[in-house]
Design a protein. Structure first.
Length: 247
């Protein structure tokens, strides 16, 4: 396409990815679905969308979890859908993450952490997402903030943002121009996916319909490129959605 001044206008793309087509890891204590290449699952054509590198949809069995392990130079946001997750890290950061509590771990120059199901009787269901920092070698750290009241008011709530992203986000990440939004939407509720060069819309729970993409079930995602604002409508049982807007 050519704009009014003779310059190229990027073509909008809408790429629907179904839940069952994701990479899958299943072991005794973990049922994990990966939206992008992760661990032993490698596909050079599916490594990221915009700056979103990892989006793992995990169910951890009672008493299970990830023992202490290292990370470096990554901004990691964890969003719990049900149950409780116990986080501990080498900076002294510790907390139980529950639905409505936004959490960010900055790996920076190096961090070790563990993530364990806090319950001996109930599963924990979470989505963990990674984006790269704008600067390497930052001091590692941990941040959490309860956004339950904001979620209850409806609409998309800015959960994490870097410089140039949503100014009122609950958490700070060092990823320029990037914002993670979350919505806990009642049946039939309509929100607008922000305009961004790259947007990733993930239906974590329930069902929804995205303008131009159609019906989406739990676990489905849509990768938008230069697609402008799009209406997202929650299905008859409502929906919980996570939306990344990145350069």
């Amino acid at each position: 396409m050519i704009d009014a001044e003779g310059g190229d206008v990027p073509e909008a793309t809408i790429d629907v990815r179904r839940a069952e087509d994701r990479f899958h890891t299943e072991i005794s204590w973990l049922d994990s679905w990966h939206s992008f290449s992760f661990g032993e699952h490698s596909d050079p054509s599916n490594t990221h969308h915009g700056l979103l590198l990892v989006s793992n949809d995990d169910v951890i069995a009672p008493g299970g979890g990830f023992g202490e392990h290292p990370h470096r130079d990554m901004e990691i946001v964890t969003w719990v859908l049900s149950g409780e997750l116990l986080h501990r890290d080498s900076t002294g950061g510790e907390g139980v993450i529950y639905p409505g509590l936004a959490q960010r771990m900055r790996a920076g120059s190096g961090i070790r952490h563990s993530e364990m199901n806090a319950s001996a009787t109930a599963e924990v269901h979470l989505v963990q997402m990674w984006v790269p920092p704008g600067r390497r070698g930052l001091a590692p750290g941990y941040e959490q903030h309860d956004v339950s009241d904001r979620l209850a008011s409806g609409g998309l709530v800015p959960i994490a943002a870097g410089p140039g992203g949503a100014p009122d986000a609950a958490l700070a990440i060092d990823t320029p121009g990037t914002t993670l939004w979350a919505g806990r939407l009642a049946a039939g509720a309509v929100v607008t996916v922000p305009d961004a060069p790259r947007a990733h819309v993930f239906v974590a729970l329930g069902a929804a319909d995205l303008e131009g993409a159609g019906a989406l079930a739990a676990g489905d995602a849509v990768r938008l490129a230069d697609a402008g604002r799009r209406k997202l409508t929650a299905g008859p049982t409502g929906a919980e959605a996570l939306v990344w807007a990145t350069p």
